[in-house]
Design a protein around this ligand. Sequence first.
Ligand code: P70
Length: 470
Amino acid sequence: MSDSQLRTMGQQFGRRSWAEPWKIKMVEPLRMVDREHRERALDEAGFNTFLLKSEDVYIDLLTDSGTSAMSDRQWAGMLLGDEAYAGSRNFYSLEEAVQKYYGYKHIIPTHQGRGAEHLISRAAIKPGQYIAGNMYFTTTRLHQELAGGIFVDVIIDEAHDPQNTHPFKGNVDLEKVEALVRREGAAKIAYISLAGTVNMAGGQPVSMANAKALRAFADKHGIKVYLDATRMVENAFFIQEREEGYANRSVAQILKEFCAYTDGAWMSAKKDSLVNIGGWLAVNDWTLFEELRNMVVVYEGLHTYGGLAGRDMEALAIGIVESVQDDHVRSRIGQVRYLGELLAHWGIPMVLPIGGHAIFLDARAFYRHLRQDQFPAQTLAAELYLDSGIRSMERGIASAGRDPKTGDHYYPKLELTRLTIPRRVYTQAHMDVVAESVRAAYEQRDKTRGLKMVYEPKYLRFFQARFERL
Ligand code: P70
């Protein structure tokens, strides 16, 4: 075969190919099930991919949360677990890693992100106060609302438009925050809730300039800024890649500078930090820390383990160090981008620019004949599973839930199906299979029927809701 017929990925993109900075030492066999089996499984799961058994899934792109492959170093760290109730040495490894790489002073471990969200929301929000955030996240907003807060979206308008290619679609629109402060007064703002690579916007980053400007604004009005640091390492990579003045700074340096513009952070370590479970909450203010440290013993566990085993904290401390290596982040985001570029090249509608942790398919553009309350994104997730056993996640009207005041569905502008790539788990060949399956679903789009919801739980309904075909 001549060179022009068969080309490597790098050649196709006009560059030298890169590869992952690791090799595989242990594998987990995947089960492949046929279409008939998948039809039955999906039916039993009420057309909800959260209710499928993992055994019935071939390539699992439900989430990048807790699904990473740990390194040999992290597994070795698991054997160093100091399972003391109090003062485990692994807590001190974790504390040191968070202080060194994220730069905050006082650290509290939690079992995962929402444990930390619960604590910060209860401690920092008085009923009736507002929280201004760069787009909602499901668990984050729920904890803010349970604490009596009212969430206000202050992300830039570009974030709500899948086709807009603004390089920092996660940015806060300072005019929107200013308008809120003018209307309600600074005292009614509990804090600004800033998230790195905004999940619901498609994994879109916040620029350093925006974080800096936000800090100045917050200082002027005496408002705190707390960061959802869940995917902040990936955000730092985008700053390195796209923002003037950062090309020669390491991801680790950028991460630390960004965090320095905030007063504290909560973390779901199950993402960036390459562990299967874990989280933390960190603040610089001693008085707030004392309150949080007191609350953690009520809801999570003693302040030196917060719901984690010693071994989990050790794996996390090592994972933090591995997560900020430039080579690692480049290949992680590179894999997401590889899948995205294939799909974009084939004209598949999706959120642009390609984000950090996932490809977000634009389900509204897939199924123009479906109304939003016929659950286009849920439908697409079901179709992908039926086609090839790939599991994705709805991020549209089902995820958005209902307005607590009116009881109506929230109708989010974005109606997306997320193909989330776990870190260090799948190969380029898996990405090829996924891409072809998405193309097959796209080709069938006009024949696809929507769904109706037949069971709806009260909280975070998307996890357990059930659907039937229309
Ligand atoms: C996902 C996961 C978790 C998450 C997050 C951000 C930006 C906090 C958390 C909570 C898991 C998930 C959660 C709710 C709905 C669907 C999926 N995101 N902040 O897959 O952290 O899960 O550790 O409690 O992305 O995106 P945790």
